[in-house]
Design a binder for this molecule. Sequence first.
Ligand SMILES: NC(=O)c1ccc[n+]([C@@H]2O[C@H](COP(=O)([O-])OP(=O)(O)OC[C@H]3O[C@@H](n4cnc5c(N)ncnc54)[C@H](O)[C@@H]3O)[C@@H](O)[C@H]2O)c1
Length: 438
Amino acid sequence: MAASASSLLAAAASSSCAAISSRLPAGAPAAASVPSASRHSCASLRASPARRHRSRFIASVAPTMQPPAESRVSTVVDVDLGDRSYPIYIGAGLLDEPDLLQRHVHGKRVLVVTNTTVAPLYLEKVTWALTHNNPNVSVESVILPDGEKYKDMDTLMKVFDKAVESRLDRRCTFVALGGGVIGDMCGFAAAAFLRGVNFIQIPTTLMAQVDSSVGGKTGINHPLGKNLIGAFYQPQCVLIDTDTLNTLPDRELASGIAEVVKYGLIRDAPFFEWQEKNMSALLAREPSALAYAIKRSCENKAEVVAQDEKESGLRATLNLGHTFGHAIETGIGYGAWLHGEAVAAGTVMAADMSHRLGWIDESIRKRVVDILEQAKLPITPPETMTVEKFKSIMAVDKKVADGLLRLILLKGPLGSCVFTGEYDRKALDETLHAFSNN
Ligand SMILES: NC(=O)c1ccc[n+]([C@@H]2O[C@H](COP(=O)([O-])OP(=O)(O)OC[C@H]3O[C@@H](n4cnc5c(N)ncnc54)[C@H](O)[C@@H]3O)[C@@H](O)[C@H]2O)c1
């Protein structure tokens, strides 16, 4: 039973990879020669509609809205979930386009959820975008403390307090303005407030733009484990203004790159090869390289989510390196390492274990280490993570079912993986011992 499920997943992963390959030009595009749609999307940041790129996966019954003709949106990726489909708008300067946001606001009351770092940078701009030529809409905001350690029940309650005190009703809209922590918390609050109100994602970190704002996973941490309390709840739209990355610290940028690398490894070999050639352009924030990485990541995520919204199988592959990574985040205290840093070390551990099992060549294991090193991300866990600590934390991971820990491991050529509980326990033990002090 488990064997057939994991081979099904392997097949699904490699077949979708083949589908992606067929859409990309032969060979990995260099930064200066990204595929034509992407070149337009980022080189001319004020893209004309004729040049706009739109990605859609699987025929939809509910087409999502087109941006206006003169819009700066250079790419739209549709997340195809039938009548809950929504667009991801990608481009520079999108917060200067009030219509993009306003068309997705339901009702007359908006609650912007943000934090003490992002509010001084973008709250005024977002409030303007929501209210410009739109006197009927009133905007409240709640400014949360900044940090992973505040992704908890107490801080979540501040969102509910504000919503209740402001007497918001079912026709209100919550707007998440910030990184993955704000997006996950605001989304969960929107899912629970009055049993569900509309919500919009405005991600402002690379991590949130390439991953967390897309796909509807929302939630908070429990002291014993990451993201253990949450809900699947999809936004009305995701608005990615790539200009917001201009204020993001380098360390946060690198953290987001860990998730970009993940898409290449699990399902998109040409994208991984492109990253190998363009990592320095990404770290230097070359607009064309960043825009391509965001677009391709969102396309990969949208394709997976459209096939498996609630993570019954395929979607789990997006967690490559996360089981080890979440153990690191929990083990050393939330916020001590950034999420992408923990995922990077976890990805190296997953590649090591895959190699011990004989599932990938040494050359692939080495390429995983090299690309993450190139991205200036950690490739080993912190010293305080002992084997026992890993084991005890991994025992409460969400992917434990019937007492069996299932893992996402690389298997086969670059760009393929499996989600499985069928592996030799010895390999897991060896990997933990190789990367931990005792
Ligand atoms: N829901 C999902 O599918 C999913 C996927 C991946 C990660 N996550 C979650 O996302 C979180 C990590 O997200 P993150 O890396 O964005 O962390 P984060 O939200 O903590 O943001 C990182 C830091 O950057 C600051 N910041 C945000 N935007 C900025 C900007 N434009 N300029 C300057 N500073 C800015 C934030 O205030 C914070 O200090 C974790 O909790 C992780 O579990 C969720």
